[in-house]
Ligand binder design. Sequence first.
Ligand SMILES: Cc1ncc(COP(=O)(O)OP(=O)(O)O)c(N)n1
Ligand SMILES: Cc1nc(C(=O)O)sc1CCOP(=O)(O)O
Ligand SMILES: [Mg+2]
Length: 220
Amino acid sequence: MARISKENLKDALKVYFIMGSVNCTIHPTEVLRQAIAGGITMFQFREKGKGALIGDEKYKLAKELQWICRDNQIPFLVNDDIELAMALDADGVHIGQEDEPAEYVRKQIGDKILGISVHSYEEATAAIQSGADYFGIGPIFLTETKEDAKPVQGTTVIQEFRANGITMPIVGIGGITPENAAIVISAGADGVSVITAISKAASIPDAVIELKKSVFSVKN
Ligand SMILES: Cc1ncc(COP(=O)(O)OP(=O)(O)O)c(N)n1
Ligand SMILES: Cc1nc(C(=O)O)sc1CCOP(=O)(O)O
Ligand SMILES: [Mg+2]
C-alpha cells in the first residue's frame, strides 16, 4: 500500500480523528467507519485511560482499525506505543513530552510520520531537531478526555509559532468542536484533532461534515 506522502501532510491533518475503545459508546470499528463516511482525513489509535484494552485485545482492535483505514486510504497512526506501531507497520506515531525520547523514537520508526506534542518554543525547537513531522498543540479548549492535560492555553502558542516563522504542520487539540474549530485554523493551525466531538456525536458523519465545513471556512 502506498504511504501518505509527507508533502501532503498538511492536507491529511485537516480533520484528524483520535480514538480508542474507552472513547466509544458503540463498537470502535463502527465509530471509525462512520467517521470515515463523514470525511476524516487521518486517524490515531489512542488506547488509553480507565478500562483500556491491553495485550492481544489491544493488538486485535488496532489491526481491525488499521484495516478499515487502509481500505479507505486514511493514514493510521499509533499513540505512544512504538512497539505496536512497528508490529503493525503503521503510517506513524504520536508522542508527547512524557513519552519515549523523540530522537530515539525517530530512529526506531525510520521515515514513518512522527507527531510530537509541544507547548513552548523550546519544546518546538527540540522537536524539530529530533525529526518531528507535525506538532500537536493543546489543550486549546477545556477537555474532559485527557486526565493529565495541561491548563487550557487557547490559541496563543499557535499564533506565536506562526509569528516566529515556524512552518511545521500544526494541529490543535483539546475540546475542539464544529463550533470552535475555525478559531483554531484562524490562529494558524493546519487542522484539528478531535476525540469526543466525533466519537460521542449523536450523528458521527454529520459531526465530521460540520467540522470540515468549519475548518475549510478559513482561508489561511
Ligand atoms: C495530535 C495529537 N496531539 C497531542 C496529543 C497528546 O499527546 P500526549 O501529550 O503524549 O498525551 P497522550 O495522548 O499520550 O495522553 C495526541 N495524542 N495527539
Ligand atoms: C489526547 C489529548 N491531548 C491533549 C493535549 O492537550 O495535548 S488534549 C487531549 C484530549 C482531546 O480530546 P477531546 O477532543 O475529547 O477534548
Ligand atoms: Mg503520549
